[in-house]
Design a binder for this molecule. Structure first.
Ligand code: FES
Ligand code: FE2
Length: 433
């Protein structure tokens, strides 16, 4: 987080009233919540050729039983996006998040290294951040390390115990003191995005995303800064519903026909770019009517800030939508980049955050504040529309009609939904596709 930026507007209660009279319906499933049957369905869909892509049945989105398997095979094993490296730029900066049920803090050490530490004190399990974590403000600085507010055991920024008062009579403590650390987890920084993995044997993330390097290089993503965040309240909608919604641009001409469609119409989106099972990317081309001009035959996308230096007219004719499965996407763009992350908070509920980022060259631009504010308001509006659609899906999941249908055919623009079916087939059913 840059100094000039105020801390994100956590007070923005984005979802308040959103579900007014629209509380997501949860009733008895018409079929049993049968994991074996669901895995068969997932593998069947994942094996389809592009012309036969099909949505998964409603039971997949509604399943509570699948959640336990996802926790074990995805959330305890895969790389999960938490925040940007620029948000914890100084030694002692911490960012706290509850992810996959784990209370974790991402900490910048005195050695500048980024670590993911548990917040559970090894003595009697107090939250070492104590009252500083009120559920909204999730940043802080503890240059001198962490002192547990319960009995004052102290820990360095690397999680190691540095002091424990009145323990000198304990021989057990003397023998074990080196083991009394804040538990730590693997982290990896990819283009300024910090990922955490609870599996200490996990293969590194960057190699599996390597084929996107050439695509992303012109955007110099390490140099972007988070300026604003919309922190959406928890919603009673399955993470499988919201993630599939966030991946495809087919619904621009439906849910976003007034907000997004005039800028990035569905029919101009190029989703035919890759078949990978752990990431996807698409090009969102500007509508000719919305363009601010033309260069070398390319309609130029409108900007809120001067475009990033070095981008070609072609690159300024569109934004990218790049997703890293399972839970995040970002939009490399000429001027403003959105970064989105969702994570399940239970079998049928999730949290969502949307960040507005700009390139560091714009930090002194007098137009910056207005541009960020406008971008945030636009992102807020889009999220209202997405939440309405997702709540509408959730209400239908247990209906008789939804449970008799097997899921409809997918448009070519829903290719990332099919790619995620492959992700699920490979992770949950070892399908090896
Ligand atoms: S629980 Fe942390 S010092 Fe006792
Ligand atoms: Fe959307």
């Amino acid at each position: 987080m840059t100094d000039m930026a105020e801390r994100p507007a956590y007070t923005r209660q984005a979802g308040a009233g959103l579900l007014n009279g629209e509380t997501a319906y949860v009733g008895n499933g018409r079929r049993q919540d049968d994991v074996t049957w669901l895995l068969e369905q997932i593998v069947d869909r994942a094996k389809r050729p592009l012309t036969e892509m099909q949505a998964l049945p409603a039971e997949y989105y509604a399943s509570e039983a699948l959640y336990a398997l996802e926790q074990e095979r995805i959330f305890q094993r895969d790389w999960l996006y938490v925040c940007r490296a620029d948000e914890i730029s100084r030694p002692g900066d911490w960012y706290s998040v509850q992810i996959a049920g784990e209370p974790v803090m991402i900490v910048r050490g005195a050695d500048s290294k980024i670590r993911a530490l548990s917040r559970a004190c090894p003595h009697r399990f107090m939250d070492v951040l104590g009252e500083e974590d009120d559920g909204k403000q999730r940043y802080g600085n503890k240059e001198g390390g962490f002192v547990c507010p319960y009995h004052s055991w102290a820990f360095g920024l690397d999680g190691k115990l540095t002091g424990a008062p009145l323990m000198s009579r304990s021989e057990l403590f003397e023998r074990e003191r080196n083991n009394y650390c804040l538990e730590s987890y693997s982290t990896e920084v990819w283009h300024g995005f910090i990922f955490v993995n609870f599996d200490e044997d996990a293969a590194p993330l960057a190699p599996r995303l390597a084929s996107m390097e050439e695509l992303l290089a012109p955007y110099r993503l390490d140099e972007w800064r988070v300026m604003e965040r919309i922190d959406w309240p928890e919603l009673p909608v399955s993470w499988r519903v919201v993630m599939d919604n966030g991946r495809e641009c087919y619904h621009h001409q439906g849910s976003h026909r007034v907000s997004v469609e005039p800028l990035w119409p569905s029919n101009l989106v190029d989703a035919d770019t890759n078949d990978d099972d752990s990431f996807y990317w698409e090009r969102l081309f500007v509508a000719p009517d919305a363009a601010i001009g033309e260069e070398d035959g390319h309609p130029i996308q409108p900007v809120m800030l001067p475009p990033l230096e070095g981008l070609t007219p072609y690159q300024r004719s569109h934004s990218l939508l790049v997703g890293v499965y399972p839970t995040m996407w970002f939009t490399p763009s000429p001027d403003v980049m959105f970064v989105a992350k969702w994570w399940p908070t239970g079998p049928q509920s999730h949290k969502f955050q949307l960040d507005v980022c700009v390139h560091e060259a714009q930090l002194d631009n007098p137009e910056l504040k207005k541009a960020v504010s406008d971008a945030r308001d636009w992102g807020y509006q889009i999220q209202v529309e997405d939440s309405r659609s997702c709540a509408g899906i959730q209400r239908m999941l247990h209906s008789r009609a939804a449970n008799r249908a097997g899921g409809g055919a997918l448009s070519h623009l829903e290719r990332p939904v099919w790619q995620f079916q492959k992700y699920m087939a490979n992770r949950l059913a070892d399908a090896n596709l």
